[in-house]
Design a protein around this ligand. Structure first.
Ligand code: FAD
Length: 384
C-alpha cells in the first residue's frame, strides 16, 4: 500500500511514524514545503491528559519525546500584579523545533521518506498515484482549498490580535498575565519550554491595539511596545522575535472530513484556539485515530476513513465548543478585571463551562479553599 502525507507538522509526522512502525512493508512518504529545520514560533505545551494519549500510543516515542521537557505542576494567573497559584495543573513544555526534530528522526529510523522544500499546490496527480492521501498541511491547507466544494470548510476569524514572541525570562509555571494600560488590557500567555527560553504570546483586543497605535507600528516597534507593557514580569529581559507579527485566530471546521482517498487531519481539519493550548495534542490524537482505524481495516480504506471520523468527530466538536467559550472569555476580559485576584482566577478556570466547582476542588483544593473563604456564594447561610 502507498500512502502520501502532505505536511511535516506534528499531525503528518506522527501518523507516518505510527503507521510505518505498525506495518514496515507500507510505502509512506511525507512532503513538506519548508526546509528541514524551519519552524514558526517557540514552544508547545501539553497537559498531563495530552501526554497520556502519546504514552499509550507509542511508549518508545513518548520516552524520547519527553526526555528533555520542562515540567511544572501548577499554573499562575497574574491579575494586576498579584500572582495566584492554581495547583493540580500539570504542564509539560518543549521547543516546537525539538518536537519536530524528534518526530523527523523517529520517522526516518523506521523508513518513512520525508521530502523537504516541495510545496504541493495541485494534489490531484499525487492522489491518483497513491492508495491514501493524508492532508496534514495545517490551518491554511492547500488540499482543502483545492477540494473546497467537497470538504465544505467554514472559517470564523476572531477579533483579538496575537503576536507570538519568545523571551529569556523564565516563566516556570504556565503564566497568564493581565496588564491594564491607559489604552486597555494586554494579556500574555507565557511558559518556559527550555532551560533558558520561554514562549510569550501577547493578546490584545483590536480597539486597544489601535488606541496604542500598534496598527501603524512596525514589527520592531510592536515588539518593543509589548516588552514595555510587561516590563515588571519580564524583569529587564527583552522580547525575541521569530518573524513575530500580529495575527488573528481563524477557527476552521469542515462539514466533510474525507473525499475519495483523501482525508484531512490536524489543523487542516479543525483548529482549536491556542488559549486552550491543545492544537498539537488534537493533531496528534487525529494521527493516532487514523492509524488505528487503518490498522483495524488494512484493506478497506473507505471503511477505515469512516471509522476515523466516527471516532474523532465527538471529541473534536466538544473541544471546539470549549475553545469558543474560552475565546469569548478572553475577548470580554476587560469587564472581569474588577474582580479580586482569586475570584478572577476562579472565573478563568471555569471559563469553558466544562469544569465544575467540584472538579476544580478535587484538582486544586488549596486554591478552591482560598476562593471559598472569601466568596459570599460559598459562605454558610445564616438565619436571623
Ligand atoms: C500562536 C500559536 C501558538 C500555539 N501554541 C500551541 C501550544 O502551546 N500548544 C499546542 O498544542 N498547540 C499550539 N498551537 C497550535 C499548533 O501549532 C497547531 O495546532 C499544530 O501545529 C497543528 O499541527 P498540524 O500538523 O496539523 O499543522 P502544522 O503544524 O501547521 O503543520 C502543517 C505543515 O504542513 C506544511 N505545509 C502546508 N502547506 C503545504 C503544502 N501546500 N505543501 C507542502 N507542505 C505544506 C507546513 O509547512 C507545515 O510544516 C499554537 C498555534 C499558534 C498559531
Amino acid at each position: 500500500m502507498k500512502i502520501a502525507v502532505i505536511g511535516a507538522g506534528p499531525a503528518g509526522l506522527y501518523f507516518a511514524l505510527l503507521h510505518k512502525k505498525h506495518d514496515p512493508s507500507l510505502d509512506i512518504s511525507v512532503i513538506e514545503q519548508n526546509p528541514r529545520d524551519a519552524t514558526y514560533g517557540w514552544g508547545v505545551v501539553f497537559s498531563d491528559i495530552g501526554l497520556a494519549f502519546l504514552k499509550a500510543a507509542d511508549p518508545e516515542f513518548f520516552a524520547e519525546f519527553t526526555a528533555g521537557h520542562e515540567k511544572c505542576d501548577y499554573m499562575e494567573v497574574v491579575h494586576r500584579g498579584t500572582h495566584v497559584q492554581i495547583e493540580g495543573n500539570h504542564f509539560s513544555r518543549t521547543a516546537r523545533i525539538d518536537m519536530l526534530g524528534t518526530l523527523q528522526r523517529a520517522c526516518e529510523r523506521v523508513g518513512v521518506r520525508i521530502e523537504y522544500d516541495r510545496r504541493i499546490d495541485d494534489v490531484r496527480p499525487i492522489a491518483a498515484e497513491v492508495d491514501l492521501l493524508v492532508a496534514a498541511d495545517g490551518g491554511n491547507s492547500a488540499v482543502r482549498s483545492q477540494y473546497v466544494e467537497h470538504f465544505l470548510p467554514s472559517f470564523e476569524r476572531r477579533r483579538n490580535k496575537f503576536a507570538w514572541y519568545g523571551t529569556r525570562q523564565r516563566f516556570h509555571p504556565v503564566s497568564l498575565i493581565f496588564r491594564e494600560t491607559k489604552h486597555g488590557v494586554f494579556i500574555a500567555h507565557s511558559y518556559q519550554y527550555s532551560p533558558d527560553l520561554s514562549t510569550f504570546l501577547v493578546e490584545v483586543a483590536p480597539e486597544t491595539w489601535e488606541r496604542a497605535g500598534l496598527h501603524r507600528a512596525t514589527d520592531e516597534e510592536s515588539r518593543r511596545y509589548c516588552a514595555e507593557v510587561f516590563r515588571p514580569e519580564l524583569g529587564g529581559h527583552e522580547l525575541l522575535s521569530n518573524r513575530s507579527r500580529w495575527f488573528e485566530a481563524n477557527v476552521v471546521k469542515n462539514e466533510r472530513w474525507t473525499h475519495e482517498n483523501i482525508v484531512l487531519i490536524g489543523d487542516a481539519l479543525r483548529t482549536v484556539h491556542f488559549s486552550l493550548g491543545s492544537g498539537t495534542r488534537m493533531a496528534m490524537q487525529d494521527a493516532i485515530a487514523l492509524h488505528k482505524a487503518l490498522a483495524d481495516r488494512p484493506a478497506e480504506i473507505p471503511a477505515a476513513l469512516a471509522a476515523f471520523e466516527a471516532a474523532r468527530r465527538p471529541a473534536s466538536s466538544s473541544f471546539q465548543s470549549a475553545a469558543a467559550r474560552s475565546l469569548d472569555w478572553y475577548e470580554n476580559v476587560a469587564a472581569k478585571l474588577h474582580l479580586d485576584p482569586i475570584s478572577f482566577a476562579y472565573d478563568y478556570m471555569r471559563r469553558t463551562g466544562h469544569v465544575s466547582h467540584d472538579d476544580l476542588k478535587q484538582r486544586a483544593p488549596h486554591f478552591v479553599a482560598a476562593y471559598e473563604r472569601q466568596s459570599p456564594d460559598c459562605q454558610p447561610r445564616r438565619t436571623a
